[in-house]
Design a protein around this ligand. Sequence first.
Ligand code: PMP
Length: 451
Amino acid sequence: MEETRLIKPLLDKEYPMISHGDGIYLYDTDGKKYIDGSSGAITASIGHGVKEIIDEMEKQANKISFVYRSQFTSEPAEKLATKLSELAKGADGGYWSFFVNSGSEATETAMKIAIQYWQEKGVKGKNKILSRWMSYHGITIGALSMSGHTVRRARFVSLLEDYPTISPPYCFRCPYDTTYPSCNYLCAYELEKAINRIGAEHIAAFIAEPIIGAAGGAIVPPDGYYQVIKKICEKHNILFIADEVMTGIARTGKMFALEHWETNADIITLGKGMSAGYTPIAATLVSEKIMEPIKKGSRLIMSGHTYSANPQSASVALAVLKYIESNNLVEAAEKNGRYMFSKLLELQKKYPIIGDIRGKGMLCGIEFVSDMITKFPFKKEIDLTTMIVKQAQLNGLLLYPAAAGIEGIGGDAILIAPPLTITCDQIDEIIILLSQTLSDVEKELRIAGVI
Ligand code: PMP
């Protein structure tokens, strides 16, 4: 294709031109068919071209697409906030919703509301947000400050707060070289050590992804981990923010991933699957406990964007939630997720470069190793993740590249997270294409003398 003026993620890469989508399949303008094995960036969770959503978009566009939130409220935005509070039943008194347009905006808003909460309560100086290494909370400077994603931070380190503080619950490569359960949650108790060092009087909140996505490849903490984290936060008067931008809205076989551990958060962020990619919308859900001093105090949230709470996006998100409920997609993610995992475990027997398979529901991570016994990753220069993702795309399977491995040395992981509407037969199609891809890549590695 001749050069155009669109800035793409990689200027040297050729991107196929999309034509249309249908369910779990995408088609480019050359007629090539792809399985959307990662729902884009874990976003298109009900598949492409769903008529109910398209009809709703048209219906709302015929009424009103945009009003400015400082001038009007709208029925779709009000209803969406009520619906989300019904769904996120964890905290006493339910949640309030602040709508934004991307996951980064949602986490950045969460950070600001957490800081504001302490100000409204008359507690001065609680401004820091603690977070974990191997995490991703967004690309804007505030959200990136909280993100322990070394590659994405690298260029901007001097602008960032030094928030990432503690080790991730990464059992495949335990940061303490121990094993669960005899580890006694050392990585969770690292939070308490950090709080004691920094001083709780400086800390507003701790943020974590219930299951680590882009920066880890679906890393699931051991049972009991979040109970320890929650206990430490409560003991030291620190808020707990759950970043459910990737894991929220049915993806992991629960409406919210924290439900797997019967834990709740003071603030929850949502994005991606909330509108399943039909429109940009994200949300910061704020529990009644956090809203209370704000309602009694300044009565103003000092954040927001022009497109916040626009009726067009809100109506789409409402329609997506309705679709998820009426098609029982939470249950489908759990059931079909189990099927997908069983098939991937079979594949692991065939390909020794598969080091670990992990995740929950329809959020599955595969980490690759150069040696099964030592678990040592492939050399950085090989860039195995890119090799696999590229080969898969050639074979007609879309995968999401994730980072994992040994910090500073590197590592390779992918996410498989197809639309929740996928059938078992279609999961089999993914497995066939993935197997083909791994076989192609292994051949390349053998020719290059790497394995
Ligand atoms: N938080 C998490 C957990 C994410 O996975 C992402 C996106 N990968 C973000 C925040 C940022 O979302 P966005 O790209 O929509 O800004």
